[in-house]
Design a protein around this ligand. Structure first.
Ligand SMILES: [Zn+2]
Length: 537
């Protein structure tokens, strides 16, 4: 049994008593957090660590992330923030020059606003990349852009049918343009690429994201939609003792259009939740994607887009309700991606159905994103105990103009209304949805507290009245995210009995101008009492 006493720091607990002077841990748990005299008395046999007057926070719990995808994206060509197709091509070439033996170019993060009309085309890539396949995922992770070599490699032709809930965009003559949406991406192109990822590549991706998490202070992430390959990678890492952050995992369920097949996926999740439940790796629920994104015009809206179009849900209520009821009956937590207001209503109605079928009791269902939401529906979801799970990074003003042009000013001015959630009494969870946005939590907190862009702080904020106080943002990104996974008695706060997961920052961000968040770094990350990251000082 080993005790450690941490002193000489400001400890922000994210708990009811927000501040403490000392933290005493025994093995992997917190024994005491509070005043230093008591901590010293309880820890008279402890090793004392002087933190030099720094700030301590609970480790961040990323409420919504795609863990292996983040590791994968960290190894791909980064197209985020690219201004136009020229810049995209230049970055792809640069990446390829550095990896001349790569069999294909994999890229991530192009913004829709960088493509004239938001519609990429294979021809924009073919001249520069005639032979090597190029796969470039959009920043919202709901579309992918292929050149002709990639279309040929996957085998997409004019005859390839669009799947339910997805689309291969086509030229007038029926040829695929290389712009691929939603289930055509996630159900066809994605699995093709996944097949190419062997176990060792997947393990490298997991190692890569964990290194990034250690450095940036993420001690737990809610993995939003893992599959069998991810599971094997997680299990192998756990067996090898190489996990340095905790995973709360949600099993991805796809709408097959067939009720029995959909319920069979729930049954698999139930089996996993029973068998995969350790302090580091815990299957807690299921994930469904009801609609797409605003940028892709695939989010389902109550009132059409500015151009008059609208989208159909990937999960109509009739398909979703039995799945939610079955998962709910088994005690699984259901996470429902719903970006448009109409999709949010489908999600709420599905939970209401689950409550009708299974009776009233405590449950932790959640809706992901809620970028466009009707205030009346916020009251509804709050009264049902549904957690809104939102991503401050998605309000980045640099991405806002395209988003705004799709919706018009009235809806854009009510986009991402975090304070509505807490005012209605809902528990708001914050995450990043990485790799659709960068994973580091401190810039995410910056956007929560300012609605400004971390890469361009001088740009006008995106609806600044929806910013939240920094301390609240940190609570949403730790304690509340833990709560939504049902893990509030394990992680997310500095509190006696919980795991000793915490981080030490070089700057007390609560006492400095908020822009200092952008230069603040994580000096130390501790997971279950073990120091997993220590910066060179
Ligand atoms: Zn996501």
């Amino acid at each position: 049994m080993s005790k450690k006493l941490y002193v000489n720091a400001s400890f922000f607990t994210a708990d009811t008593r927000a501040w403490a002077d000392a933290l005493l841990i025994r093995d992997d748990r917190i024994l005491y957090v509070g005043d230093e005299a008591t901590a010293r008395r309880l820890g008279n046999d402890a090793q004392t660590v002087d933190l030099g007057g720094r700030l301590v926070l609970p480790g961040f719990v990323d409420g919504h992330a795609h863990v292996i995808g983040t590791g994968e994206a960290l190894g791909q060509a980064d197209l985020s923030g690219a201004a136009d197709p020229d810049e995209i091509r230049a970055r792809l070439s640069q990446w390829h020059r550095e990896r001349t033996d790569a069999p294909r170019i994999l890229a991530m993060g192009w913004p829709h606003g960088a493509i004239p009309g938001g519609q990429p085309h294979r021809a924009m890539l073919d001249e520069q990349f005639p032979d090597i396949p190029v796969y470039a995922v959009a920043y919202d992770y709901h579309s992918i852009w292929l050149n002709t070599a990639a279309l040929n490699e996957v085998g997409i032709t004019a005859q390839t049918a669009d799947p339910l809930g997805g689309r291969f965009h086509r030229d007038a003559d029926g040829q695929a343009t290389g712009f691929v949406d939603e289930t055509a991406f996630h159900g066809i192109v994605g699995p093709f690429l996944d097949e190419l990822v062997d176990a060792s590549t997947s393990a490298i991706n997991l190692d890569r994201v964990q290194a990034a998490y250690r450095k940036t202070g993420v001690t737990t992430s809610c993995d939003m939609g893992f599959n069998e390959t991810d599971l094997e990678t997680f299990l192998a890492a756990e067996r090898a003792g190489s996990l340095t952050s905790r995973l709360k995992a949600y099993w991805r369920i796809n709408n097959t259009g067939d009720r029995e097949q959909n319920l069979a996926q729930v049954a698999r999740a139930v089996e996993l939740a029973e068998n995969v439940s350790s302090p580091l790796l815990d299957v807690v629920g299921v994930k469904v994607i009801i609609d797409g994104t605003v940028d892709g015009c695939t989010a389902v809206l109550g009132v059409p887009y500015a151009d008059g179009s609208n989208a159909d849900p990937i999960w109509p209520l009739d398909d979703l309700a039995p799945v939610v009821a079955a998962a709910d009956a088994a005690g699984l937590k259901v996470a429902m991606h719903a970006i448009g207001d109409e999709a949010v209503r489908i999600a709420i109605s599905a939970v209401e159905h689950g409550i009708r079928v299974n009776g009233v009791r405590s449950r932790r269902h959640r809706i992901e994103h809620l970028e466009v939401v009707d205030r009346a529906d916020v009251e509804r979801l709050a009264s049902l105990g549904i957690t809104p799970s939102m991503q401050p990074v998605h309000v980045d003003p640099l991405n806002a103009p395209f988003w705004r042009s799709q919706l018009g000013d009235v809806r854009a001015d009510q986009g991402f209304p975090w304070p509505w959630m807490t005012e209605a009494g809902a528990r708001l969870a914050f995450g990043t949805d990485s790799p659709t946005a960068p994973h580091p939590p401190l810039p995410n907190m910056y956007m929560a507290a300012t609605r400004k862009s971390p890469s361009a702080p001088a740009v006008v904020p995106n609806v600044s009245e929806f910013a939240v106080p920094l301390a609240e943002a940190v609570v949403h990104g730790s304690s509340d995210s833990a709560w939504t996974c049902g893990a509030e008695d394990e992680i997310g706060r500095l509190r006696a009995g919980l795991y000793a997961d915490f981080i030490v920052l070089d700057t007390n961000i609560f006492e400095r101008p908020v822009d200092d968040l952008l230069t603040t770094s994580v000096l130390m990350t501790v997971l279950g009492g073990q120091v997993v990251h220590q910066a060179d000082q």
